[in-house]
Structures are given as C-alpha cells and as structure tokens.
Design a protein around this ligand. Structure first.
Ligand code: CA
Length: 356
C-alpha cells in the first residue's frame, strides 16, 4: 500500500522511529513551524472537510472540527522530496538494512508466538508464513517501529502541503487527499479517536503499515474479536497481510523467483529488461534471449521477469521473478523491497529450524 511512494524512500517507513516525533506545543516564535499551525486556518482544508462530509455522509461539524485540528508537520514534506543526489542502487546495502541478527531474532520470536495464526493464514489464504513474517519484519520490526507521527497530521500535511518540487506532486496530492478521506471515514465509523492513531510520515499504520485505503479494503478481523486492530492485534495484522496479497494476485504454491544465468547480447538484455519487474517471458523465450532459468524454473508455467538488482559499482544481481515476486511489489513498488521481504522470511525460517 505504500507502492506509490518513491522507491528511493521505501526504507523510510521502517526508519520513522528514528525520526523525532513532532513537537506539537513548541513555545515562542518557532511555534508556527513546529507543527502548531492547525488546518482550521486553511480555507481549502475546510472546503475539503465539507466535501468529504457530503460524499461520505459524515457529520459536517465532526469532519470540520477533526480536520481543523490537524497540524502541519514541517518535516513531512522534506521526507517526501526526492533526494537530489543520484545514489547508485545497491542491493547489498539495502539488504543489510533489513536483514540482521536483531531483526531475525525478533522474527523467530514473532513466528513462535503467532505460529498458529501464521499456519491458519497459510492454510486459508495460501500465503506462506515466511512471506508474512518477512513483510511485518521489514515494515516495523514486528511492531517495534510503527511510526510516531499522528496519522491525521501526516495525511493533512501531505494532502495540503505536498512539496511542489516533487515530479509527481499533483498525482501524489490527489492520492493523499483520498487517503485522508478514507482515514476520516474509517475512524468515524469505527468509533476510533482520529488523534490517537500514530504511523509513518506517509500515514501508514500498524504492524503491516497499511495506508487507510488498504485498511478499508483489505484488513480483516483474524482473531475473532469482531473488530479490526492492526496496531494491537498481531493476529489481525497477519490475516490482513495475507488478504492483501490474495487481493493483489498472489498465487498459492508458486515460488517467488528462480536463479538465472546470463549470456545475452546488449540488444537481448534491452529486450529482457524492457518490461522491468512485470512478468512477461516464458522460460523458453528467456533462453532464446540469452537468460537461462535454473532449477524448477526451467519448467515454470507462466510469465517471468528478468529482475536486475544493482550493486553500486559491482555486478548486478539477476533473478527470474514470478507473478508472486510481482505481487510482493504491490505492497511496495520496489524489487529491492520484495527481495528483502523474501530473504528476511527465509532467514527467520532457517533460524527457527536450526533450533532444537
Ligand atoms: Ca480482531
């Protein structure tokens, strides 16, 4: 659900805990730039409140009062601005940020604690436990880093003050206005205090960092208490991540990727890399183009993508990604993200199996 974020920023959801939480009551003259400017002072925010109330059938006074109390967070537009430095993508560095002994140990504890729910999700949805464990680990270190921004403030700031310098500012503004509307709708209807929920600088919430629209569409009550809580119920988060995957084309039983070796001419490489991560080629077609898929992948039924993961000045890593690799990128639009999820899940599984 964070797929619309810049891929260069995908790691930041998990890094928000290292960003100081917004100070809402900073005294003296700095108050105006420390998150104390309420959107009640902005005509367009009040107009949008009226529009949302009408569209969603919500009490106009409640929507206006809620949105009016949202605060501008000056650090949020900065976090959304793409870096001006063109940094070489580096898989080994990226992997190292998410796959380390601390996170693996936390993953083993999470899996052991929620073994029954993970097994049930695998049975009911066909999404392997290790993929769910990989997602929740990369997103929040199993709930340890769910973000400290008030979601209403983050969403209002992005909806009304998205950085104009961003190459897709108009589309992103539209997106975050939609998310803000979803957030107001589901907190009102769910009887949830909209000021109590905290999340990433982009408004992603809970163990799996669901955006409001994803919460509305894919979140499920998986522990049976008749309510959905993606913050305090890891079991609800497990079921919701699995349901999200099924809604985004996950095919039970299909591997995520295969090893591949290359002997391709430059024009063949251009053809192979043209569709990027979108699965396009049969294994036979890949072989014609100079890419040999190994193992059971040689007989894979269905399209594959040649996925390139750069390593700075070193040679890139190549894999043959299946439709399930692509499904993971629907969670966050990045092949680096997807392979981190897969490999963290694998590492946690192996660490678990290595124990007596
Ligand atoms: Ca529940």
């Amino acid at each position: 659900m964070k797929r619309l974020l810049s891929t260069a920023l995908v790691c930041l959801a998990a890094a928000t805990a290292t960003v100081a939480p917004p100070v809402l009551a900073q005294p003296k003259q700095r108050s105006a730039v420390q998150g104390t400017t309420a959107y009640a002072e902005r005509g367009e925010a009040l107009q949008m409140a009226a529009d949302i109330a009408a569209r969603r059938g919500l009490p106009p006074a409640w929507v206006e009062a809620t949105l009016g109390q949202a605060r501008f967070l000056p650090q949020v537009p900065r976090l959304m601005t793409p870096s001006t430095q063109v940094s070489a993508r580096n898989w080994n560095n990226y992997r190292g940020r998410f796959i380390d002994p601390v996170r693996i140990r936390a993953g083993v504890r999470f899996w052991n604690t929620h073994e029954a729910a993970l097994a049930r999700a695998e049975r009911e949805y066909g999404v392997p436990a290790e993929i769910i464990v990989g997602i929740i680990g990369v997103e929040t270190v199993y709930g340890q880093q769910m973000g400290n921004f008030r979601v209403i403030d983050a969403l209002a700031t992005l909806a009304f003050d998205f950085p104009e310098a961003h190459p897709r500012a108009a589309a992103r503004t539209e997106y975050f206005r939609g998310e803000l509307e979803q957030f107001l709708d589901f907190t009102y209807r769910g009887g949830i205090d909209p000021f109590a929920l905290r999340g990433s600088y982009a408004g992603a919430m809970g163990l799996g960092q669901f955006m409001p629209s994803s919460w509305a569409k894919w979140a499920v009550d998986f522990d049976g208490d008749q309510r959905i809580d993606l913050f305090a119920s890891p079991v609800d988060a497990i079921g919701s991540v699995a349901n999200y995957f099924i809604g985004h084309g996950w095919k039970p039983g299909m591997p995520t990727h295969y090893p591949v070796s290359l002997n391709a001419a430059p024009e063949q490489m251009a053809t192979l890399l043209g569709p990027d991560i979108l699965p396009t080629f049969t294994p036979a077609r890949m072989l014609e183009l100079g890419a040999r898929v190994h193992g059971s992948g040689a007989a894979h039924a269905g399209p594959l993508a040649l996925v390139e993961l750069r390593n700075g000045a070193d040679a890139p890593l190549y894999i043959a990604g299946t439709e399930n690799f692509y499904a993971i990128t629907r969670y966050n639009w990045s092949s680096y993200y997807a392979l981190s999820v897969i490999e963290l899940g694998e590492e946690v599984r192996m660490a678990r199996e290595a124990r007596p």
